[in-house]
Structures are given as C-alpha cells and as structure tokens.
Design a protein around this ligand. Structure first.
Ligand SMILES: Cc1cc2nc3c(=O)[nH]c(=O)nc-3n(C[C@H](O)[C@H](O)[C@H](O)COP(=O)(O)OP(=O)(O)OC[C@H]3O[C@@H](n4cnc5c(N)ncnc54)[C@H](O)[C@@H]3O)c2cc1C
Length: 466
C-alpha cells in the first residue's frame, strides 16, 4: 500500500495568516481592498494588504470576504438577480444599451461617455446615498488612483477618467464607517464588485452599511502603478509622466495624452506588465454589479451599458428620464462585447502541452487535468464556474471530479460563509509525488512480473537452442 501525503495546512480558513498564505504569498491578491475595508488592523502597502497590528486569531473576516478565496457566482446571481446567468460570457443581462452623459462638463473629463460619473453624481445629489466608494486621483501622482469616498458631485467629477493601475477601492468602507455613513454605493472593477457583493450578501448585518448601488466597470486587466508607469514608461521608455493628462486604450495602443500631443505605446508591450492575478480573473464585465459600464462595443466617446438588476434598471431609467443621459440609436456590437467576456474566461488555462501530457501519463483524462488546473487557478469554484471556463459539459466535469477525488487530487469542502460546496485542489507537489509513488510501485510489480514471464520463455528458448 502506498502512503499518501496531504497538505499539512489546516482545513479551516482563519485569520490574516491564511490570507497571507493562500492569497498574498501565492501572488493572487488583486488589491481590491475588501480585507482592509472591513478590518482596521489591515493596511495597504505596495498594492497588497499588510497586517499593521497584532491580529485577532479568532476573526476570519479577511479570508471570508476576500474575493480570491471563493465566489459562488451562480448562488450570488440567484440572490441578486433572482436567476442565474443568461449569457455564458457576460453573466445575468437584462438589457444592453449604448449611452452617454448629456453634460459637456462630465464628457470633457470622462473616459468614454461619462455615464459612470453621471450615475454616481446623481446618486449623491438625489440623496439616494451619502457616499460613493470609488478610485480618486493621487495629489502627488495624477495617473495613480487612490481610494476615496465621494460625497459631492464635485468629488465625483474630480475622480472621472480611468487610471490604469490597482486601487483598493473597497478599502473606502473604513472611511465611510468612520464618517458614520450608512447608505453607500460603489464604482469598481470586477474584483472590487465581487468583494463588496460577498459582504452585502453574506455578512449578515455584521457591517452597518446599506449598499444602494453597485456600479461595475469593464476590466480586461489592470497594472501595478510602479511597475508600469514608473519602471516601464518612465524608466525604460524615458517618457516623463508629469505631462500626461489622461490615458486611453485604443486601436491596439496605450495612448498617453499630453496637452496637444499623443504618445502611443503598442498595447502588446504594455500587457507584459499586467498584474499577475488579473490573468486568473474570468470576469470582464463586472457580472455581479447592478449595472456595468464600459467602452467596448460602443462608438468612440460613448458607453456600453449592461443593465442587470432591478435596482440597476430603476437607476438607469431615472437618469434617462431626468435627461442626464442619452441613449444612442446605434446598437452595441454584442459579439465584440461577448468576445471580450469569452477571452477573459478562457485565459485562465495556461498549462503547457508538456505538463498536460506529463500529468495524463498517470492515467488521468485530459479533461480532468484541465479541471485540476482550473481549480488551482480559481480557488474552489463550483461546477457551473468550471463548466463556464472550460466549456466542458456538466456530466464530463462530474465524472472528472469523481476521478480526481478518488485519486486524492482534490477534496470537497463546504464553504461556511456561503453554505456551498467547493472543490479544493491538493498541492501539485503532493499530488505528483503521490502519483509518482503509485506509478513506481506499479512499475516495480509490473517489472518483476514481466521479467519473470519473459525470463521463463527466454531461458526455455536458450535451452532449446543449446
Ligand atoms: C483598469 C481598467 C481597465 C479597463 N479595461 C477596459 C476594457 O478592457 N474594455 C472596456 O470597454 N472598458 C475598460 N475599462 C473601463 C473604461 O476605461 C471606463 O471606465 C468605462 O468605459 C466607463 O467610462 P465612463 O466615461 O463612464 O467613465 P467615467 O465617467 O470617466 O468614470 C470612470 C470611473 O472609473 C473609476 N476608476 C478610474 N480608475 C480606476 C481604477 N484603477 N480602479 C477602479 N476604478 C477606477 C473612477 O473612479 C470613475 O468613477 C477599464 C477601466 C479600468 C480602470
């Protein structure tokens, strides 16, 4: 009997230690700021959470609500929209339209059509919320985003435009809490939306917020400010950051807009500096938001708007009725939009053909190997999520999961926060060592048998010849 090794790590996830072990040290932290938003002991340095204090070993909020631990998307979809996704690549969609702000002031500072700024400003000025968590502008480095809680239309307009680097937007919860706010909204990228939604749906009133609107912005990937702007653009390319007024991604270029001139960098060379965890993200369109806003699929300087929830619909209808936003008569290029959603879901799989072939040598099917890779990348997704990312049918996935469980490549675990079953992969070195041991022992037995079998015929033949 071959002895099996197991990951010595405790089964239960608890406290910052686990956030460090599973998320930060493994390089999968997106820098969304959820952990620091709910825990005053956690700060942010270098785009990553750090423990500033003695931590409470009995508190597991940071791991419970971290979107890199587990996002049971189908269950959350049911809770938010009353139904699961109706679009494989875009999530739950009620309506998709092209729109833009009617304000010249907003459009002159916004990234695309200014719908995001208009909605956020309206939420504040209509009294629907007291604060909007969003990415503002660093005073010293205007291309760098910083988390803010906007409380006036002026704050919101001041934060317009995209800054292409990590910003722990959800961390703004702490400021909102300190300022005694209850009714809040958020504008965030897909990972930030996942973090705030986990809190909204699973924290059982642990936090005193009434989240009134979750506005998601499309995001294919993000960057670390120092790495992209300081080291690459300023350091390697010698482009001064000081004169850059805005950055646009257009025509396969990363355009740096200065007063009166545009400097273009090929997007390919910029993508090399993308934030590593973004390569594991499968959500392009902020699928769990009430309303998602982006550019792809719409004409230049217009937005593509995905209306998802009832409250998202009401909010959008209000700004249209009040003549703050106009709808375009042009249709959104849905295929282009879905294409981005699909690309983002598929880029999780990265295993080389050699590794895949090596793993199938243990007698595991190629589908099972792909699923194991996905489980490693995605931290315990559910069946629907696996099917969505691999496009393998549900029955084949179930069979593959059973075989992986039997071979101890994975185990099932009930997530207590969300009360759903998830699949946890064992560590690759443990899995491979176990399989090598089993294979070696099978080979030894087979070798013994083969030598005995062949030797008897061989010796008989030698005797006959002699
Ligand atoms: C990192 C990143 C990647 C993106 N990738 C795509 C893409 O691939 N395809 C696509 O169609 N659209 C993408 N977008 C969205 C796009 O750039 C616009 O934000 C969107 O079209 C809304 O336009 P708007 O005119 O309504 O925005 P505005 O009215 O200008 O409002 C922009 C909002 O974005 C917020 N914001 C700015 N920087 C950040 C940041 N770093 N993190 C979180 N929030 C931020 C601001 O606080 C503001 O509320 C991306 C945005 C970001 C920040």
């Amino acid at each position: 009997m071959v002895g099996l090794e197991f990951d010595a790590r405790e089964e239960e996830l608890e406290c910052f230690d686990d956030l460090e072990y599973y998320v930060i040290e493994r390089g999968v932290c997106t820098g969304c700021g959820t952990c620091a938003g709910i825990c005053p002991r956690i700060g942010f340095e270098n785009d990553r959470p750090v423990m500033k204090d003695e931590y409470d070993p009995h508190c597991n909020s940071c791991t419970r609500f971290c979107p890199q631990f587990y996002v049971p998307s189908s269950r959350m979809e049911e809770m938010i929209f009353g139904a699961v996704r109706n679009d494989r690549y875009l999530g739950y969609v009620d309506q998709i339209v092209s729109a833009r702000s009617n304000s010249d002031v907003i459009r002159s500072v916004s990234q695309d059509g200014g719908v995001t700024t208009t909605l956020s400003k309206y939420l504040l000025e209509s009294g629907a919320v007291e604060g909007v968590l969003m990415a503002g502008v660093s005073e010293r480095e205007p291309l760098k985003p910083v988390p803010i809680v906007a409380t006036t239309g002026e704050d919101v307009v001041g934060a317009a435009g995209s800054r292409y680097s990590i910003c722990p937007v959800v961390m703004g919860l702490r400021e909102a809490f300190d300022r005694g706010m209850k009714k809040i909204a958020i504008v965030g990228t897909p990972c930030q939306v996942q973090g705030i939604r986990k809190l909204e749906l699973f924290s059982e009133d642990r936090y005193p917020f009434d989240i009134k609107a979750v506005i998601g912005i499309f995001c294919f990937e993000n960057f670390r400010y120092d790495e992209l702007f300081k080291n690459f653009i300023e350091g390697e390319l010698g482009i001064e950051l000081a004169g850059i007024k805005s950055v646009k991604i257009r025509n396969n270029s990363f355009e740096l807009h200065k007063s009166g001139e545009v400097e273009s960098i090929p997007l390919k060379s910029v993508f090399k500096h993308a934030n590593e965890p973004c390569m594991l993200c499968r959500d392009f369109s902020a699928e769990l938001s009430d309303i998602s806003i982006g550019a792809i699929g719409a004409k230049t300087d217009w937005n593509t708007v995905i209306i998802r929830s009832e409250r998202g619909r009401r909010l959008f209808e209000e700004v249209v009725e009040k003549d703050l936003v106009s709808l375009s008569s042009d249709k959104v290029d849905i295929e282009e939009l879905r294409g981005m959603g699909r690309r983002k879901k598929r880029h999780v799989e990265k295993m080389s053909a050699e590794t895949r072939e090596f793993l199938t040598q243990f007698g595991v099917s190629e589908d099972a190997v792909r699923i194991y890779e996905l489980l490693i990348a995605l931290h315990g997704p559910r069946l629907e999520t696996i099917s969505e990312a691999t496009e393998i049918d549900a029955n084949t996935i179930k069979e593959a999961l059973d075989s992986l469980k039997e071979r101890n490549w994975i185990r099932e675990k009930m997530d207590k926060t969300t009360n759903t079953l998830m699949y946890i992969p064992e560590r690759p070195e443990v899995v491979i060592n176990n399989e090598m041991k089993k294979l070696n022992s099978r080979l030894k037995i087979a070798k013994k048998k083969a030598i005995a079998d062949l030797n008897s015929s061989y010796l008989r033949r030698i005797q006959e010849i002699n």
